[in-house]
Design a protein around this ligand. Structure first.
Ligand code: GDP
Ligand code: IMO
Ligand code: MG
Length: 429
């Protein structure tokens, strides 16, 4: 068996959580391979809504096992808040959740450091979710990190305090006033106390060598779906650096983040919205600063699932989409939130970037330097509700034309069109 992958082709929040949940009945195992609680994956069904940050989106199907892979970074307190919420909803999430021994921990002082480093950047701030992502991955690659497996060892407390003190030293040198820093309305000390409590609880979780479990499962014919977090345009290598996250969000990250070989990757499902959004700072060439942008935000309820921040909105960017398809080896496309464009009389799609007289097909390295003119194709909107569509044959001709234009431009069929947040609002070919 091979590992199929679902990942975002834009700047995150494409709707990965919804589609992973829809696909879960077809898989035995759902595995997160990178990122941490900067992610917010929304799942809606039977009038209920859940937002997951660390737990894979397969958790709502009791027959499926869920793995937090080695490439993920975990804040134990955030993980426990999620587990508690699921338990309050009547579930037993621990029963089908496994955590890699090799996943790194986000310490409370990583979050402090994140806040200090962002404050220091001033106007050039990244717009981080402030969950400690950058500092925790920095410690991983700097070979100072603490891993899940370490919480079971006798010297955990010593290691924790050493690393924490080194962070506090750095923060002091930066001249950052930590007394002003609150995490979810908690002081650092209160957060740390709850965090240490969550670490104790974490010892009872099913902590495994997930790379062995996943490879063995594949050998035995069990199917695995890897769930991406963030999006391709936030990838640390290929996104709009430095306005990116600190992990490889692309399909290559599945190999290192789960411990599987490249030839074991199967289908790569690339998810994109029918338009674009971005939360946080950084280049966004098709961004709308007008009424259309506000309308998209309102219709699409474009407010961050993790931070509540308003998302920046803009038209679909085909050069960026083609770049993302290439980087990931996408062979199946999924288009989300088509319904959000229902009320637009005219819909624009960016087909090219233009620098002076040169029209470019490719997505440029300097996409954010402000020298590019965006070339748009205008299409007539469908101006009708999609609420009654129960199959792809029911969609208005305007939407069918929009889909056809994208398919012809990127050279891949769109297999699924999502027309609402609920599981059932999903049209599959
Ligand atoms: P993720 O991070 O990629 O999982 O996406 P988020 O959950 O952060 O953001 C996607 C948002 O869009 C969530 O609020 C979803 O409930 C919602 N959503 C997903 N698909 C659709 C859709 O087809 N139409 C509409 N209107 N909302 C959708
Ligand atoms: P999901 O999985 C959208 C953005 C932040 C910021 C930048 C760096 O829900 O799609 P970080 O906290 O990683 O230091 O932030 O990346 N970002 C996301 N934007 N969706 C996400 O995840 C994101 N995770 C991080 O807004 O601009
Ligand atoms: Mg999200």
């Amino acid at each position: 068996m091979k590992v199929d992958v679902i990942l975002g082709l834009q700047w995150g929040d494409e709707g990965k959580g919804k589609i992973v949940d829809v696909f879960t009945p077809r898989y035995n195992i759902i595995a997160r391979f990178q990122g941490g609680p900067n992610a917010g994956h929304t799942i809606e069904f039977q009038g209920k809504k859940f937002v997951l940050h660390t737990i894979p989106s397969g958790i709502f199907h009791p027959a499926t096992q869920n793995v937090i892979g080695n490439g993920v970074i975990i804040d134990p307190l955030i993980l426990y808040r999620e587990l508690d919420e699921l338990r309050e909803a009547g579930m037993n999430p621990e029963e089908n959740l496994m955590v890699s021994r090799r996943a790194h921990l986000i310490l409370p002082s990583h979050r402090l450091l994140d806040a200090a480093l962002e404050a220091l950047k001033g106007a050039a701030k990244i717009g981080s979710t402030l969950k400690g992502i950058g500092p925790a991955y920095t410690d991983k690659y700097g070979r100072n990190g603490i891993r899940v497996g370490n919480i079971l060892e006798a010297d955990f407390s010593v290691r924790y305090h050493q690393l924490k003190e080194s962070h506090l030293g750095m923060i002091k040198n930066l001249g950052f006033d930590t007394s002003l820093c609150l995490f979810d309305k908690l002081s650092f000390e209160a957060y740390e106390e709850q965090w240490l409590e969550a670490v104790k609880r974490m010892k009872t979780l099913n902590i495994i060598d997930s790379e062995i479990f996943i490879n063995k499962s594949l050998d035995e014919g069990r199917s695995v779906l890897a769930e991406g977090a963030q999006g391709t345009m936030l990838d640390v290598d290929f996104g709009s650096y430095p306005y990116v996250t600190s992990s490889n969000t692309i399909s290559a990250g599945v190999c290192s983040g789960l411990g599987i070989a490249p030839q074991r990757i199967g289908n790569v499902f690339g998810i994109f919205k029918a338009y674009c959004t971005r939360v946080g700072s950084g280049p966004f060439p098709t961004e709308l600063h007008d009424k259309d942008g506000e309308k998209m935000r309102r219709q699409g309820n474009e407010f961050g699932s993790t931070t509540g921040r308003p998302r920046r909105c803009g038209w679909l960017d085909l050069p960026a989409l083609k770049y993302a398809i290439m980087l990931n080896g996408v062979n199946k496309l999924i288009m989300m939130k088509a319904d959000v464009l229902n009320e637009f009389p005219v819909i624009k799609i960016c087909t090219n970037y233009q620098l002076e007289k040169t029209v470019m097909d490719a997505y440029p390295f300097e996409s954010g330097n402000g020298n590019f003119k965006m070339v748009y194709r205008k299409m007539k909107g469908w101006k009708e509700s999609l609420a009654q569509c129960s199959s792809i044959q029911d969609i208005p001709t305007g939407l069918a034309a929009y889909i056809k234009f994208i398919e012809n431009s990127v050279g891949l069929p769109i297999d699924i069109v999502s027309i609402g947040p609920d599981r059932l609002q999903t049209l599959q070919r």
